[in-house]
Design a protein around this ligand. Structure first.
Ligand code: GLU
Length: 452
């Protein structure tokens, strides 16, 4: 009877969110995953009853949508749409990346901002959750076009952010170059040199290890997951998707710890390199990325011993560990079935929400180690938090110092997930663990601050 009531409560809650946010499938997907695990927890806590905590958390504190007009190299005028979702500031200033990609819309950014609230809470650092971006596509644009777009974007955004208010960073399509242009425009318009953005260059307040941090953090988390079944990275075969900043950090660290990465992918298909992507091949990934040509296929031009599979995903390759590091919903039920059939023991998400709900359920049912991105990719934003600290104290830490803190944070997140996610048979449900552990700190802060 009790279970029936909780199931009904979950269904009612989801129906309510759906009715209020129609045509936002990604946002609804992220909310569903949280509701299923967090509502039963809320029901078990007397002090949370009737406080409408989750109802408040699914409603952004503020959403800013703005016009971004800019002029290309030929003098033609373009109009893009800019967004900043200020989701939750209960535990700190809004914090989260900016994404420039043609697929950016309100639903995608709301899902990302919602996940960011839990992720940032898991880091234990004082950061609220936010996300922003634009449907602008930096691919194929000249440097000057990207600069003019970033300036136009920041001219509006700078009215709404600040080091104590909202601190954006990079995400897909926003790397060191874009952060530089955005920072320059913020400084000019606001006449203020501050830690308003993270992912900055080392010359103007950036942190060592920030570029590698998301990928390194994922591998540190994966190491922890494997240790629960007395396994280690050394000797394992890894299938990785994507070939951007996150995949690059993952591949570097897996190699360092003695694992072998055999795949990368792009929107055009995937590369299978049986000999392992290591050494100079890893550096080549950076070259591939900065060529501005988003094609994984170019890899076989330089390394013809590898194979390219057009229009396919790496999940058909036999591997011990899968690390999806490209984008949302890049791994579905069929992929999950193939991976498990091929003997997968662990999947550590590096992108945000790369597995859809059916795939996640399949991994959990088959008791494969599975960690959601909001836990395992939190090392990126955690190191952004460390960049904010260094900016505040006006000191720079060494790479060893930042890396040690990053590792400590990832070990801490893993522990928190285990605390709330360990089942009777010893299997750790990291989805449940991450959602509840992330929720608790935000909920406590919201309760203390009253209905605001
Ligand atoms: N975009 C990254 C994420 O998804 C990093 C955000 C940040 O550093 O603020 O967590």
């Amino acid at each position: 009877m009790e279970d029936y009531n909780i199931d009904q409560k979950i269904q009612d809650f989801i129906a309510q969110v759906e009715a209020k946010n129609p045509n936002e499938p990604e946002f609804l997907q992220a909310v569903k995953e949280v509701a299923i695990t967090v509502i039963p927890f809320i029901e078990s806590r007397k002090d949370y009853q009737g406080m409408k905590l989750l109802e408040r958390m699914v409603e952004a504190e503020r959403i800013i949508i703005f016009r971004v007009p800019w002029v290309d190299d030929k003098g033609e005028i373009h109009v893009n749409r800019g967004f900043r979702i200020q989701m939750n500031s209960a535990i700190g200033p809004y914090k989260g990346g900016i994404r420039f990609h043609p697929t950016v819309n309100l639903s995608v950014l709301k899902f990302l901002a919602f996940e960011q609230v839990f992720k940032n809470s898991l880091t234990t650092l004082p950061m609220g959750g936010g996300k922003g971006g634009s449907d602008f596509d930096p691919q194929g644009k000249s440097d000057m076009e990207v600069m003019r777009f970033c300036q136009a974007f920041m001219t509006e955004l700078c009215k709404h952010i600040g080091p104590e208010t909202d601190v954006p960073a990079g995400d897909i399509g926003v790397g060191a170059r874009e952060i530089g242009y955005l920072f320059g425009q913020y400084k000019k318009v606001r006449n203020e040199f501050s830690g308003v953005l993270t992912g900055k260059g080392l010359a103007y307040g950036g942190s060592l290890i920030r570029p590698e941090a998301t990928g390194y953090g994922v591998v540190y988390f994966c190491e922890q997951m494997l240790s629960t079944i007395n396994e280690k990275i050394e000797g394992k075969v890894f299938a990785v998707s994507g070939f951007g900043n996150v995949a690059w950090g993952v591949i570097k660290k897996v190699n360092e710890l003695g694992g072998k990465v055999v795949t990368i992918s792009g929107p055009d298909g995937f590369i299978y390199d049986e000999t392992g992507i290591s050494g100079e091949k890893v550096d080549y990934l950076l070259e591939l990325r900065s060529s501005g040509n988003n094609r994984a296929e170019d890899y076989i031009k330089k390394y013809p011993e590898a194979k390219f599979f057009a229009g396919r995903r790496p999940w058909e390759i036999k591997c011990d560990v899968a690390i999806p590091a490209a984008t949302q919903n890049e791994l579905d039920l069929e992929d999950a079935e193939k991976l498990v059939k091929n003997g997968l023991i662990c999947i550590t998400e590096a992108a945000n929400m790369p597995s859809n709900l059916d795939a996640i359920n399949y991994f959990l049912e088959n008791k494969v180690l599975f960690s959601p991105g909001k836990a395992s990719n939190a090392g990126g934003v955690a190191t952004s938090g460390l960049e904010m600290t260094q900016n505040s104290i006006r000191l720079n830490w060494t790479s060893e110092e930042v890396d040690a803190r990053l590792k400590e944070i990832m070990v801490g997140i893993h522990k928190a997930c285990r605390n709330y996610g360990k089942e009777e048979d010893g299997y750790v449900n990291y989805v449940k663990g991450a959602n509840i552990a992330g929720f608790v700190k935000v909920a406590e802060a919201m309760l203390a601050q009253g209905v605001v």
